[in-house]
Design a protein around this ligand. Structure first.
Ligand code: HEC
Length: 283
């Protein structure tokens, strides 16, 4: 009894220690308050809302791509957003790419093809910084994943990539709180660590006109572009979840089968033992 009590106390101590350490490690994220959203892509059965991804692509193309690159996404990848091949071809053709030089040595261009990747807005990091007061607009390809902090032991401290992005886009303040010295060339943002972001507020109500007629509020555009960035960071998410589900179903069936096989094998072995005992008795 006493031994058991000691064991239980030890386990309880270990669990609270782990939770405690997790809490301390995440304490910095408590200084800003990131609103949670219900994302259709969240959870083990989550799937992207294709209409929202298409709207997010429109926001990226018309607004964010002036400063942020999307280096790891090719036009042909947009098939996953529900576009047909001719639509992707037309989309790609809207971009120009350098194509060597002509006979006079002048640079030539060609129109984009589905296999091309989204072109970067700046030729180099230096050029990007020069255009943004020294701040570097980070590439979007993996941002939704790299800003995510998932805490297994203190899930309430978790920050989801999409929520962080919506947070950045929707928590600008025209004037910083009293006593806060905003460095020159930065903007007050509740979500950005340190609250001084080098990006001017990129969204305003009605900034884009959605092809599907959805009202383009700041919140709506922020959610759509965040979903789009989440897809860009993990285009194979739906396949991964489907595969996980198949594996779990397979393992469940296998477990049930093995249970009955195990039972039947031992029944036979026991029967064999009984026969041997009977033999011994009769001998
Ligand atoms: C005028 C240029 C410009 C435009 C347009 C722009 N950004 Fe930015 N963005 C920046 C810069 C510069 C930074 C880096 C800020 C810093 O490090 O202080 C940044 C940072 C960010 C961050 C924070 C990244 C981090 O490090 O955590 C997010 C999220 C973001 N941008 C999203 C967007 C989205 C979404 C759009 C389109 C709706 C957009 N940006 C449009 C210049 C821009």
């Amino acid at each position: 009894m006493l031994k058991n009590m000691r064991k239980i106390t030890l386990v309880a101590l270990a669990v609270s220690a782990i939770i405690g350490v997790g809490g301390i490690a995440n304490a910095s994220s408590e200084t800003y308050n990131i609103k949670r959203h219900d994302w259709p892509q969240a959870g083990p059965f989550g799937k992207y809302d294709k209409a929202s991804l298409q709207r997010g692509l429109q926001v990226y193309k018309e607004v964010c791509s002036a400063c942020h690159s999307l280096n790891l996404v090719a036009f042909r990848d947009l098939k996953a957003l529900g576009y047909s091949k001719p639509q992707i071809k037309a989309f790609a053709a809207g971009y120009d790419f350098p194509d060597g030089v002509d006979d006079n040595g002048d640079p030539k261009t060609r129109i984009g093809k589905p296999f091309d990747y989204f072109p970067a807005p700046f030729a180099s990091e230096q050029e990007a910084r020069d255009a943004n007061n020294g701040a570097l607009p980070p590439d979007f390809s993996l941002m939704a994943k790299s800003r995510e902090h998932l805490s297994l032991f203190t899930p309430w401290d978790s920050v989801y990539g999409e929520d962080y992005i919506v947070g950045i886009l929707t928590t600008f303040h025209d004037t910083p709180p009293k006593g806060y010295k905003l460095p020159a060339g930065t903007y007050y943002n509740e979500t950005f660590p340190g609250n001084n972001i080098g990006m001017p507020p990129p969204l305003s109500d009605g900034l884009v006109e959605y092809a599907d007629g959805t009202k383009a509020t700041v919140e709506q555009m922020a959610e759509d572009v965040a979903s789009f960035m989440s897809w860009a960071a993990e285009p194979k998410m739906e396949e991964r979840k489907e595969m996980g589900l198949k594996v779990i179903i397979f393992m469940t069936i296998l477990t049930i089968l093995l249970y009955f096989v195990n039972k039947s094998v031992w029944r036979k072995i026991k029967k064999g033992d009984d026969l041997i005992e009977k033999d011994d008795e009769s001998a």
